[in-house]
Design a protein. Structure first.
Lengths: 351, 351
DNA sequence: TTTAGCACTCGAAGATAAAAAGTGCTAAAA
DNA sequence: TTTTAGCACTTTTTATCTTCGAGTGCTAAA
C-alpha cells in the first residue's frame, strides 16, 4: 500500500507525463504540482516507487516516467473518471441523436464521436451477429436469377445479401423458401443456419436443393465475414510525439490494417473481462504488436447481446482520464437510447 | 525534342532512381546502363536535361534526380507498359474470377489485387450511382414500422436502405408505393428521384405523403452518401524510403483519411481526362496535399457508365511502368468480364 | 563531338568539448 | 525518524570542427 504522499507523487508524474511527454523531475513536482516537500524528499519517494516497479527511468540523468504498472495503478486507484466538460457532453448528445437507421450506424457514429472528443484514434466494429435470435427472414426476387435475402434479428440488426443463380427461379420457389426459412428459423439464434438446419434442408428438401444450396452458402458467408470495421482519426495519432519514431508509426499503421484490428479487438473482448470498460496498458496486451500501445474498449450491449465494440488505440502515454470519462458517458447514453428504442418498438422518427 | 542518347540517359536515371531511391551519377549510368560514352559526355547531357527542367539536383555534389516533368516525359514517351509477368497475370486472373456478387465487390477485389501486385497503397471507390438507369425498385416491409427499399440499376448496381416510420404502415401502402415508384421511375436515371419526381409526389400523392416523404429522404441520403471507399496496403508505403520523413508519412495518413480520399479521387476524375488511365505526377496534382505524391487512376466503365474508380497513391518516385502495366491488364480483364456478365444476363454462378 | 583530368562543392560521419538536466548519496537539521 | 541542503556523478544534448568521399563543372586536348 502506498502512503498518501507517494500516491500524490505518482499521480503528479503520470499526469505531467501525459501532458508533456517528457520525463518528470523531482523539481517539477515540487514546483508545478503543489506537493510541499523538498525535491530531495520527492527523489527518495521516486526511488522507492521505481523499486516497486511503478516508475521507470530512461537513464540516470533523466526524470521518471510511469511504467505500465504505474499507469495501471493510476487507472485503478487515482483516476478521475468524470473528466468531461459541459461542452463535450453537449457535443456527444447532438451527435448520438442524429438520424440513425441501423445499429451499425449507431456504432459508427459513436466511434467517430469518441475519436473527436478524445483526439485519439478509435476503431469500431459492428455487432457479431452470431448469437442473436432471428426475428424474420425475407427473400426478394430481383430479376429472374437474383435473390436478395434480408435477415432481421431481435435487436434490430439487419443483414442483407445478394444471391445469384444459374437458372431462372420463380416467385413460387421464393415463397416456399420464405416459408421454410421462417418456419424453421424464427426465434432461433443465427448460428442455427449452419448445422442442424443445413442438414435438415439437405435431407428433406431435396427437390429445392438447387435453390437452397446457394442461398445457404451466401448467407453463411455474410454472417462470417461481414463485420464492419470503422477507423476514425488515424491521422490524429500522428501528431503525438511518440510517433516521431518511425518504428512506432509503422507498427501503428500495421495495426490499423482492417484485418488485424478486427482480430485484435475480438481477442481483447474474448478475454473474459465483463467489465463495462476494459483497459489494456502496454504489455498487458497479449498481442505482440500492441505491446507499446494502450487499448481501451467497451462493448455496447443490450440484455447481454453484443451491439458493437468501440476501442481507442493510442500510446501508453494516453490520457486515460479523458478517454475513460468520454467512454463512460457515451456508453451510458447509448444504453439510454437503446432503452428508448426498444420501448418505442424500434420506431424512431426518421426526420 | 531530345536526341536518342539523352532519352536513354533520362530513362536510365528514372529507372535507376525508382529502383534505388538514390540520386544517380554519371558514372553509374555508364557502368550499369550500357550507355557507351564517357562519364563526362553523360555529364554534359545531364546538365542540359537539367536546364530543360527534366532533372533536378539535390545539391552540387550529388547525382541527378528526375523532376516531375522528367517523370512526365518518361511516362509519356519512354515507358514500357507491358511490364507484367506470367505469374502476375495468373494471380490477377485468379483473384478477379473469385466469386463476386456485386459490382462493389468487384471494385473491392480489384483494389486489393492491384495493391498486392504493385506493393503500393491502392484506393477504390464504388460507382457513383448518379447517372444510371433504374431497372427496378422493391419495397419490403420489415415489421410494422420499418421498410427496406432496394433499387436495381441497369448495370447491376444494387442500393438498399432502411426506412423507419413513426406510425404503422401496411402492405397495401407498400404495394402502392412499389407501383408508383416503378411506374414513374423505371428506365429513368437515378437522379430523377430528386427533382421532377419528388415534386410530382408532393403534388399528386398528398394522401400518401406521410409514407412517401421519409422514403424519398432516405433514398436521397443513400444516393448521395453511400460511396464505398476501400483502402488497401497503407502499411506497404511505410517501407518506402521517402516515408522516413515524418512529414511525408503524416501527410500520407491524412490523405488516406476516408473523407479526403473520396474527395480527391473525384476531383481527379472530374478533370475532363477521359483517358483509360490517368497519371498525376507530383505537383501536377491540384490538391495541395498531393503535391509530393503521384496518383494513377482508372475508372472501370461500361458503355460510358461509371462502375468504380481505382487509384494507386505513392511517392513521385513510383514504379510507373509496373503500376500502369498492372492497371492496364486489370482494366482489360474487368471489361472482358463485364461483357461476359452482361451476355449472360447478369447470372454468374454462385459456386 | 567526345573525353581525360583536376579543382571545387557539399553533405555525411566522426571527434571533441562544453553545457544542461537530474539523480543519488551524505551529512546535517527538524 | 523524517526531511532537507549540498554536491559529486552520470548521461544526454548541442555545437563546432575536421575529415572523407562522391560527384560535378570546366578546361583543354584528342
Amino acid at each position: 500500500m502506498l502512503d498518501n504522499r507517494k500516491k500524490k507523487i505518482l499521480q503528479a508524474i503520470v499526469e505531467e507525463y501525459i501532458e508533456t511527454a517528457e520525463p518528470v523531475s523531482s523539481k517539477n513536482i515540487v514546483e508545478k504540482h503543489g506537493i510541499d516537500y523538498s525535491s530531495a524528499t520527492i527523489r527518495n519517494d521516486m526511488a522507492e516507487l521505481e523499486k516497486i516497479g511503478l516508475l521507470d527511468k530512461p537513464h540516470t540523468s533523466a526524470g521518471r516516467v510511469p511504467s505500465a504498472k504505474g499507469y495501471r495503478y493510476y487507472v485503478d486507484e487515482l483516476l478521475n473518471c468524470n473528466n468531461i466538460s459541459r461542452q463535450e457532453i453537449k457535443y456527444i448528445q447532438t451527435q448520438l441523436e442524429s438520424k440513425i437507421n441501423q445499429i451499425e450506424d449507431l456504432t459508427k457514429i459513436a466511434t467517430t464521436t469518441l475519436s473527436e472528443i478524445t483526439h485519439y484514434t478509435s476503431v469500431g466494429i459492428g455487432p457479431r451477429a452470431g448469437g442473436q435470435e432471428i426475428q424474420d427472414i425475407k427473400f426478394v426476387l430481383l430479376g429472374t436469377r437474383m435473390l436478395m435475402a434480408v435477415i432481421l434479428t431481435e435487436n434490430g440488426l439487419i443483414k442483407e445479401t445478394i444471391i445469384k443463380f444459374d437458372e431462372d427461379i420463380n416467385q413460387e420457389q421464393v415463397d416456399t423458401l420464405t416459408y421454410i426459412f421462417n418456419n424453421k428459423l424464427k426465434g432461433r439464434p443465427l448460428t442455427d443456419i449452419e448445422g442442424p438446419f443445413e442438414e435438415y434442408m439437405h435431407q428433406e428438401m431435396n427437390s429445392m436443393l438447387k435453390v437452397v444450396k446457394p442461398v445457404l452458402e451466401q448467407i453463411k458467408k455474410v454472417l462470417e465475414e461481414d463485420v464492419q470495421v470503422y477507423t476514425e482519426g488515424a491521422n490524429k495519432s500522428f501528431d503525438l510525439p511518440e510517433f516521431k519514431s518511425l518504428e512506432v508509426a509503422k507498427n501503428f499503421v500495421n495495426i490499423l490494417n482492417t484485418e488485424k484490428t478486427k482480430q485484435i479487438i475480438q481477442i481483447l473482448n474474448s478475454e473474459d473481462n465483463n467489465q463495462e470498460i476494459n483497459v489494456y496498458i502496454g504489455d498487458e496486451n497479449s498481442d505482440e504488436a500492441l505491446k507499446e500501445f494502450s487499448v481501451i474498449t467497451f462493448t455496447h450491449k443490450d440484455k447481454g447481446k453484443d451491439l458493437g465494440t468501440i476501442a481507442i488505440i493510442g500510446p501508453t502515454r494516453m490520457d486515460y482520464s479523458k478517454v475513460i470519462s468520454a467512454m463512460k458517458y457515451i456508453s451510458q447514453k447509448l444504453n439510454e437510447d437503446e432503452t428508448k428504442r426498444l420501448d418505442k418498438g424500434g420506431n424512431e422518427n426518421n426526420e
